[in-house]
Design a protein. Structure first.
Length: 363
C-alpha cells in the first residue's frame, strides 16, 4: 500500500502526458527534382524546446528507419518536443537516385531547405557518427538561424575533421595518417565504384539470402551485443540495399572519407566555433571511446550533458534507444526547457520507490 501511495501521482502524471502523445506522421517533401519522406513525431504539449532533426548514418541499405527505435522511446518519454527524421537524398525511399557524388554540401543543402521550409525554426541536430560534417556545413551557412544545439552520437575522431589534429588511441589506420593527398584518391575510387566492378562489389557487400556480410559487419563493428543486430535492423538493410541506385550514396561516403576526400576537409574551426550547446554521447565498448569523447568535449565551446553509455558501441540510437532518448531529453531540459525533465524524474522516482518497497518487503 505504501508503494501505491508513492507512485500513483507519478503514474497519473505519466499517463496524462502519454495520453496526449500523437502517433507519428510521415510527410512527403519535394526538393528540387527530388522527393523524399520524413517521419515527424509532434510534441505532446506546447514547449519552449526547439524541435530535433535527426541525421541518419549512411551505409549499405541504411535509411531514416535507423531512428525508428528512438522515435518509439521518444514517444514513451512523452514526446516533449517535435522529432523529425528526414530521408537523405540517395538513400531509403528518396527518389530519384542519380549517379552523383554526395558530399556534405549536398545533404547540407537538402537539410537547410528542410529546416527553413518545414521545421521553420532553429533546431537541435541529432547526428549519428560520421555525418557530423553535414551539421558543421549547416552551422557554417546559417549559424544560430538554423541550429539551436547539436547532439552527436558516436562522434568521429578529431582527425576526421582536421588532418593536422592529434590522433586518438585505437582509431582506424586511415584516421592516423596526417598526409593530405588531395582529391586524387577519392576521384580514382569513386570512378571505379561507378563501373561494373563497383556494381559487383556492391552486390557482394549486400550479400545473398540472409545478408551474411551485412550481419557479420554489423555484429563485429556496430553493435556491442551481437543479439542487438535484430530482424528489424536486417530488414532495413535488406530493403534499402535492394535499390541498386542506393550504391551511389554509399560509395560517395566511403570514398569521400578516404584521406583527402571531401568528408575529410578541414572543419575543425567550424567545430570549435559551435557557440550553441553540444552534446556528445559514445558507447563504452567502442575502441578508444573515452579518449575520443574527451577530445570532442575539449574541442567544442559549450559541451553539455555528454556521456559514455554502458551497453553500446557505434549505433547507440538504435542499439540503446532508451538511454539515447533519455540523454537527449536531459540535454534539452538543461539547455532549453526544464519541463522536459518531468517524465524522466517521475520514472526515476518510481524506480527508486520500487527498490525501497522491495527492500521493505524483504525485511
Amino acid at each position: 500500500r505504501g508503494f501505491m501511495r508513492v507512485t500513483l501521482p507519478f503514474l497519473l502524471a505519466l499517463h496524462s502526458v502519454l495520453a496526449s502523445v500523437q502517433s507519428p506522421s510521415t510527410i512527403h517533401v519535394q526538393y528540387g527534382g527530388f522527393k523524399y519522406s520524413s517521419k515527424v513525431q509532434q510534441a505532446a504539449t506546447s514547449t519552449d524546446c526547439p524541435p530535433a532533426v535527426c541525421i541518419p548514418p549512411v551505409g549499405v541499405g541504411i535509411s531514416r528507419a535507423f531512428y525508428e527505435p528512438l522515435h518509439r522511446e521518444w514517444a514513451a518519454l512523452g514526446a516533449r518536443c517535435d522529432l523529425h527524421s528526414p530521408e537523405l537524398l540517395g538513400c531509403g525511399n528518396a527518389v530519384p537516385k542519380p549517379r552523383q557524388f554526395y558530399s556534405p554540401d549536398v545533404w547540407a543543402d537538402q537539410l537547410e531547405a528542410y529546416i527553413r521550409s518545414t521545421v521553420k525554426r532553429p533546431c537541435v541536430l541529432v547526428v549519428q557518427g560520421g555525418l557530423l560534417p553535414v551539421a558543421l556545413e549547416l552551422w557554417g551557412r546559417g549559424g544560430e538561424t538554423l541550429i539551436a544545439g547539436v547532439s552527436a552520437f558516436s562522434p568521429p575522431p578529431l582527425r576526421f575533421f582536421s588532418p593536422a589534429a592529434e590522433p586518438e588511441a585505437d582509431v582506424r589506420g586511415r584516421f592516423r595518417s596526417n598526409s593530405q593527398p588531395g582529391r586524387r584518391r577519392q576521384r580514382l575510387f569513386w570512378l571505379l565504384s561507378q563501373t561494373s566492378v563497383g556494381g559487383v562489389f556492391f552486390r557482394y557487400l549486400r550479400g545473398g539470402r540472409g545478408q551474411p556480410r551485412v550481419r557479420s559487419f554489423s555484429e563485429r563493428n556496430l553493435f556491442s551485443d551481437p543479439n542487438a543486430c535484430d530482424d528489424e535492423w536486417m530488414t532495413m538493410c535488406a530493403s534499402g540495399a535492394q535499390d541498386f541506385g542506393s550504391r551511389h550514396s554509399t560509395f560517395a561516403y566511403l570514398t569521400g572519407t578516404l584521406p583527402g576526400g571531401a568528408w575529410r576537409d578541414e572543419r575543425l574551426p567550424l567545430l570549435e566555433s559551435l557557440s550553441v550547446p553540444c552534446q556528445a554521447v559514445a558507447g563504452d565498448s567502442a575502441p578508444g571511446a573515452e579518449e575520443r569523447l574527451a577530445a570532442f568535449v575539449q574541442a567544442v565551446p559549450k559541451p553539455s550533458c555528454c556521456a559514455l553509455v554502458a551497453g553500446g558501441r557505434a549505433v547507440l540510437p538504435y542499439e540503446n534507444a532508451r538511454a539515447s532518448a533519455e540523454l537527449l531529453a536531459r540535454f534539452l531540459a538543461l539547455n532549453f526547457d526544464a519541463t522536459v525533465h518531468d517524465v524522466l524524474w517521475a520514472r526515476q522516482r518510481d524506480a527508486q520507490a520500487d527498490v525501497e518497497a522491495s527492500a521493505q518487503s524483504d525485511d
